[in-house]
Structures are given as structure tokens and as C-alpha cells.
Design a protein around this ligand. Structure first.
Ligand code: NAD
Length: 425
């Protein structure tokens, strides 16, 4: 988004009307009239597109498309689109981002977009020998695979490596041939799978085995992203620094907590992936496999106290996201979301997504270790219950406020209060 020169956090975005929010985002991100119309539409995905995207489609399932504010990533102001149905996530991310603006926001770096594709070989008399053959003919195999990589080479990507290894399994020893492929600005699954299927006969010829699976790995360890931020003790308070550290220390050694800790991180990450049409299942699978890859499941973030008492947070995880291909192109709202982000490469998108995950985790740990999350969460939940009961406009706010003050936040109470209010009128 166009915003390099703007240094102040946006305040009160949540108080604006929908029209005012769209106008503000459009101004900051220099959106086109078409993109503005797309955001303002109550039916952002027509059935003529939806019906072609997946089989047996009946309709369209929608969720709120929101925007997180206050993000400064690698010295650039960014508005972050997030598609999510869970209350509090967008507010928490925006708050986490706001509180580290005085130290420059988030600083992130993403690896080159290299994905691993695997070819499984079975029926080998001697898997070790097949592996030696494959590895000794690496150059020949890469040459045979190159024509299938011509599409991605056009964009500066291509095959970056090849190696085979033996794998003992309950069905005997197999050989696994692995290609590293730079997929540039795509997520890369189809791109890689096509290459693997194309080169498979060559792999069979060299190894003497039978090819079975030919598919990318979602454990994208060659496509990691790291983001860092510092929250000043004077900004968040000394107790928050210790609270976040206590929460992190708990997650670092306890799998029950680490699972929920990482779920909170993925609240933010998934929401950006969904908004931008990225395959969030792939990101989820990669994140959790990475979290477990050291031999025990651990936190995707780390926090430490700096010598001056400030809090430093860091996140690292695989981030196979694209800005071209897949649903990033076919979903009209994903195109508008990418325009809001103003990203030019998949690496830039990865940096923003990792920053959102870190902001989310910081905000959750701070709230959980302090006043708890239920006050904010239940306020939004109460409003949702009021809407579900049929409240509209300002009615939903007043019904929600009454439920909170009467300490009874339930669907039954929402219906009762609504009925009472309407009979008064
Ligand atoms: P894709 O098939 O749409 O391919 C990307 C296209 O973008 C290619 O045709 C490429 O030539 C083109 N392109 C244009 N500009 C480019 C640039 N700058 N950099 C790179 N490519 C550029 O999409 P994909 O990313 O190969 O595959 C993603 C899709 O695959 C997702 O929809 C995902 O859900 C699905 N998928 C995932 C898995 C998995 O994760 N295990 C498995 C199968 C399929």
C-alpha cells in the first residue's frame, strides 16, 4: 500500500462506518474503483465463479473480511486484510502492532521461495544402490526435469537442487528422490506436482524402481520466514513484559499449552491466508510439522527480556504463500486483499503474515497473563448473539450492553431482551 511516508497509527478505525472504512483503505492503498466496489459488495463471490471453483457447489459460504491496522513491516505501513469469523482476532492483532510502533514495528526476512517435491520409489531390490545411482546422475536428472520447469524459469524460478535418500518403512526400504524448486511468487503446489509427474519416468529409469507418489511437501523448511519486534517496557508495563515471558515459558515446555499458543498464532496467519486466497491448510500443516520437527512440539514464537527491560519477540515458520496462481487469482476478494497489502512478491507477503502471527501471539499472551481475554471476547460474542436473535443496527449494541451488565450472555437472554425492547417501542 502507498504509505511509506505515513508514520502515525490509525486510531478509531473501528468507529468509522463501513463506507468510511472502505474509503480510508482505498485512499491509503490507492485502490481502483473496481476494487472499492468489490469490497463494498454484499456478494463478493458470484456463483458463476464459485460453481467453477469446486465440485458439487450449491452456494457460497462467506465470512467477514476485516482489516488490521497499525502494522509497520520492514519500515512500510501496511493495512492487513483478514477473513475471520472469530471475534477479537483483528482487534488483538491491531493492538499488538500498535504497541511496537515506537520501536519501528516488525522486521522480517523470508527465504527464497524454494519448495521440496518428493518422488517415492518402491519395488527396489537394493534401495541403497538406487539412491547412489540417483545421486550420481543428479545433473542428468535435473536436465531431464528442466523442460517441465520452463514455465517457472520464465519468472526467475527453477530447479535448485536434487538428492535421493533411502527410507526404511513397514513395506520395505524405499528411495525418496527430492527436488528443490524455486517457485517465485506462487505457492507452488501445482507447479511442483506437474514437474514431478513429468520427470518420474527418468527417475524410474535411473533407479530401476517403480514410482508411486509424486507430490510437494508442505513442510516447507527451505521457505522459512522470521519476524521480530520489540515492545518497550515503558509502553506495555513491566508486568506485561513478565506476563508474556511467563506465558511463553509455559508454552515452551508444555504441549497442551503449546498447541493452544500456536492456535492463537494461526488465528492471525490463517485469516490473512484466507483473505488473500492462499491455501491455509497447507500453511497449518507446515506450521505444526515445523513446530514438532525438533523432536517435541514447541512454540512457533520465542520471547526474551532485553537488558534494558524491553520485550523482544520472534517468530519463525514455513510460509508457502503466493500472490499469483491458485485461488489468489480466481477469488475476486483475494485480488482486492492483495491490492490492500500492496505486496509485489510472495516473500513480502510472507513477511507480513509472520508479523501478524507474532502480533497476535504477543497480544494473546499479554491479555491472558493480565486481565484475561473474556471481557473483550464476550463483548463481541454478546453482539453476535444479539444479531443472531434478530437485532439490527444500534439495537445489537444496546442488547449486548444489557447482557453484559446483567451478566447473562446467552442466546436466550438476547431473544428475551430484544422482544422486551421491541414491545417498548
Ligand atoms: P498454479 O497452478 O496456479 O500455478 C501458478 C501459475 O502462476 C503458473 O502457471 C505460473 O507460471 C504462473 N505465474 C505467473 N507469474 C508468476 C510468478 N511471478 N511467479 C511464479 N509463478 C508465476 O498455482 P500453484 O501455486 O502452483 O499451486 C497452488 C494451488 O495448488 C493451490 O490452490 C493449492 O490449494 C493447490 N494444491 C495444494 C497441494 C498441497 O498443498 N499439498 C496439493 C495440490 C494442489
Amino acid at each position: 500500500m502507498a504509505g511509506e511516508g505515513k508514520t502515525s497509527a490509525i486510531s478509531g478505525f473501528y468507529k468509522l462506518t463501513r463506507g468510511e472504512r472502505i474509503a480510508k483503505v482505498a485512499e491509503m492503498a490507492s485502490l481502483t474503483d473496481g476494487q472499492k466496489k468489490q469490497l463494498a459488495s454484499d456478494c463478493p463471490l458470484g456463483f458463476e465463479v464459485a460453481g467453477r471453483m469446486a465440485e458439487n457447489a450449491l452456494g457460497v459460504s462467506a465470512m467477514p473480511l476485516c482489516v488490521a491496522t497499525n502494522f509497520r513491516v520492514n519500515s512500510r505501513e501496511v493495512l492487513v486484510p483478514m477473513a475471520i469469523e472469530e471475534p477479537s482476532v483483528v482487534a488483538a492483532a491491531s493492538n499488538g502492532a500498535k504497541l511496537c510502533r515506537d520501536t519501528g514495528g516488525f522486521f522480517a526476512v523470508a527465504d527464497a521461495p524454494v519448495m521440496v517435491g518428493q518422488v517415492q520409489l518402491v519395488g527396489l531390490k537394493d534401495a541403497g544402490k538406487a539412491v547412489r545411482e540417483l545421486n550420481s546422475k543428479k545433473a542428468e536428472i535435473i536436465k531431464a526435469a528442466e523442460p517441465y520447469a520452463a514455465g517457472i524459469a520464465k519468472y526467475g524460478g527453477g530447479i535448485r537442487g536434487f538428492a535421493a535418500r533411502a527410507l526404511p518403512t513397514e513395506r520395505g526400504e524405499m528411495a525418496i528422490a527430492e527436488f528443490d524448486v524455486d517457485v517465485r511468487d506462487s505457492m507452488g503446489a501445482n507447479t511442483i506436482n506437474t514437474k514431478l509427474e513429468g520427470v518420474a519416468p527418468k527417475i524410474e529409469e535411473v533407479s530401476g524402481g517403480k514410482v508411486r507418489l509424486r507430490i510437494l511437501s508442505n513442510l516447507a523448511v527451505k521457505r522459512l520466514v522470521k519476524a521480530k519486534a520489540v515492545w518497550k517496557r515503558d509502553t506495555i508495563g513491566a508486568d506485561s513484559v513478565d506476563g508474556v515471558l511467563d506465558g511463553f515459558a509455559f508454552a515452551d515446555v508444555d504441549i497442551y499449552r503449546a498447541c493452544t499458543h500456536n492456535k492463537g498464532i494461526m488465528n492471525g496467519i490463517d485469516a490473512v491466508c484466507v483473505a488473500t486466497g492462499n491455501d491455509w491448510r497447507a500453511i497449518e500443516a507446515g506450521a505444526h510439522a515445523f513446530a514438532a520437527s525438533g523432536g517435541r512440539y514447541r512454540s512457533l514464537t520465542r520471547f526474551r527480556k532485553l537488558p534494558n527491560g524491553d520485550l523482544e519477540g520472534e517468530i519463525e515458520l514455513p510460509m508457502a504463500v503466493g500472490i499469483v496462481g491458485g485461488a489468489t487469482r480466481s477469488l475476486p476478494s483475494a485480488q482486492a486483499a492483495l491490492a490492500i497489502l500492496g505486496v509485489k512478491t510472495s516473500q513480502e507477503l510472507a513477511c507480513i503474515i509472520a508479523s501478524v502471527g507474532l502480533a497476535q501471539n504477543f497480544a494473546a499472551l499479554r491479555a491472558l497473563s493480565g486481565e484475561g481475554i473474556q471481557r473483550g471476547h464476550m463483548g463481541l460474542h454478546a453482539k453476535n448473539l444479539a444479531i443472531a436473535a434478530g437485532a439490527s443496527g444500534g439495537e445489537a449494541d444496546s442488547i449486548a450492553a444489557m447482557m453484559i451488565s446483567e451478566n447473562d450472555i446467552s442466546a436466550k437472554k438476547a431473544s428475551e431482551l430484544l422482544e422486551k425492547e421491541r414491545t417498548k417501542k
